[in-house]
Design a protein around this ligand. Structure first.
Ligand SMILES: C[S@@+](CC[C@H](N)C(=O)[O-])C[C@H]1O[C@@H](n2cnc3c(N)ncnc32)[C@H](O)[C@@H]1O
Length: 209
């Protein structure tokens, strides 16, 4: 199972953004939601073996994290607005008193109080990779190292802060690049996903639909 963690330095952790002006009112949550589409959706369904975490680091309710779980996700569509609507409803739902960790608010969509700490507590084992333009070329990474349950940390439109970078590397994360240019976050997710697809043994279907 592949996990993607997108770190939103300016993304709001509350539901008080406008669907009419998502980019302008949400601290660029749109950037993160495009990563959800890239990671979870085929042209014909949902990748059931992928989980995406959106770490929301801005606003009075921050930090909080949204988790989209392909195994149980329903109603996840490729368009940004329905995805934003799901995120808004999940973030706006009242948290049960005494709840710990991730609480499912919609089919396959859960919210936790906390940022990277909440993600790390939820992840379990798996090799960590920090997506970074100056990292080692992903094409030089051995199949065995990308197999299993890898977790990929990706920055938003501002990149990854130095402190967040240090924390990911302290998890044993290896810094890897998908190419020589600085790309949009969702394009990076697509390229990583494609690399994993291409390395899957011939005839082994991806978990989907
Ligand atoms: C739009 S880029 C960030 C650009 C930002 N101006 C900076 O200097 O960091 C968003 C994120 O995508 C990832 N990324 C972009 N290009 C990449 C590449 N060629 N290889 C690996 N990761 C990349 C990084 O995680 C980056 O933080």
């Amino acid at each position: 199972m592949a996990r993607f963690v997108v770190i939103g330095q300016t993304a709001t952790a509350s539901a008080d953004f406008s669907l009419e002006d998502l980019a302008g009112s949400s601290g660029r949550l749109d950037v993160l939601l495009r990563c959800v589409r890239a990671a979870l959706l085929y042209s014909h369904g949902v990748r059931r073996d992928v989980t995406v975490y959106l770490v929301l680091l801005a606003g009075p309710d921050a930090p909080r994290t949204l988790r989209f779980d392909g195994a149980s996700a329903k109603y996840v569509r490729p368009d940004e607005r329905p995805l934003a609507t799901l995120a808004k409803k999940a973030l706006g739902a009242e948290r049960p008193v005494g709840a710990r960790g991730f609480v499912e608010r919609r089919h396959g969509i859960a919210v936790a109080d906390g940022g990277l700490d909440a993600v790390v507590a939820d992840l379990g084992p798996g090799r960590a990779f920090l997506l970074d333009e100056s990292g080692d070329d992903i094409r030089g990474i051995a199949d065995a190292d990308l197999a299993g349950d890898p977790v990929f940390f990706i920055g938003d439109h501002l990149g990854v802060s130095a402190s967040m970078r240090d924390r990911v590397l302290a998890l044993g994360g290896r810094s890897i690049a998908v190419g020589p240019e600085s790309l949009h976050s969702d394009d990076v997710v697509t390229l990583v996903t494609n690399e994993l697809d291409r390395r899957r043994p011939r005839g082994a279907p991806a978990a989907g639909l």
